[in-house]
Design a binder for this molecule. Sequence first.
Ligand code: ATP
Length: 377
Amino acid sequence: MSIRVQNIVKRFGDFVALDDVTLDFPTGELVGLLGPSGCGKTTLLRIIAGLESADRGQVFLDGGDASSAHVRERQVGFVFQHYALFRHMNVFDNVAFGLRVKPRRRRPPESEIRRRVRELLELVQLDWLAERYPPQLSGGQRQRVALARALAVEPRVLLLDEPFGALDAKVRKELRRWLRQLHDRLHITSIFVTHDQEEALEVSDRVVLMNQGRVEQVGTPEQVYEQPSTPFVYGFLGAVNLFHGRIDGQHLQVGVENLSLGQHEFQVGAEALGFVRPHELEIDTDLAQGSGLEARVERVLTLGATTRVDLVGADHAAGRHYEVELPRDRITALGLVVGQRVRLKPARIRLFSPPRPTERTPCAPDGDLVGGYGENI
Ligand code: ATP
């Protein structure tokens, strides 16, 4: 089933939680709804489900206007962060619940219910735990039961609200791979809400980036990561180094230093913010070599095949932090030592105009480098 939300506005008192949101969720896709806490993801999911009504706008299911349809008529399956399993029912009965409470004329016979529950438990690889009760399960197992229970009533849409939010990092990683495989088998149109960028990029066919009740960008994981359309998206999807300067022909003048630019459409003299991912920043140990920004090595951390180098700006950029990611053998060849002065040279730099003071300031992304780099965007 396809879903379209059109010009959705939702207010809570004076607060605008969703500000004219229009989105399409094509049949069979798994779409990740990503954004910082409070940006409106859950509210949008609840409006699609029919648990919340919009102040303006419409929800279309398979092309039909379902804006006023009751939650039951929409045939959606839910999985929430806190697995609301019935503690007093075993796994089998939890999964069977949605089928057993159907009105008599739509309820399958008990033998059919049992067959379907067994099939679902096999699908989520929990058939061996059918007799257990929720408190006797791990968090990851409970979430898989919750998913089996949501699937039991054969929903046409699956809405997952931070389904792995309460689990530890390792289990989360296992479950998202598992969810992706499950979706590839079932192809139910699914919307997956998360504030974890890695999770959204790994699981989704397409990612919707939201910020302060608005859609910032929609695209495949590769598109949103490689071609972020706004500074917010850049900062939200992974680590980034920021360079604030002025355009001087083919250079970005940063203080007394300059960084080489490729093709760009900025006017000479314009103020600009340069965004560079850690793997797009090169280290040159020859300080006499022309362009680049001088910095001092603070820490060299090798984890697996890549090495992360933390640096701090020298001279006018003192106090600014930078992060470079290089293959381990490149670092060996450079022979970096802590305290060494080097030049940072972006291999690729993406320019944006700095936000005007009147513009909305983006929410600070959790744990990202943007805010921590002494530059406020
Ligand atoms: P999180 O990732 O933290 O769950 P979210 O992106 O899902 O955040 P929502 O739950 O959709 O965010 O909330 C969006 C905004 O609307 C928040 O600022 C929230 O405080 C506000 N909000 C949500 N529900 C209500 C409500 N019933 N009454 C008042 N404000 C609300």
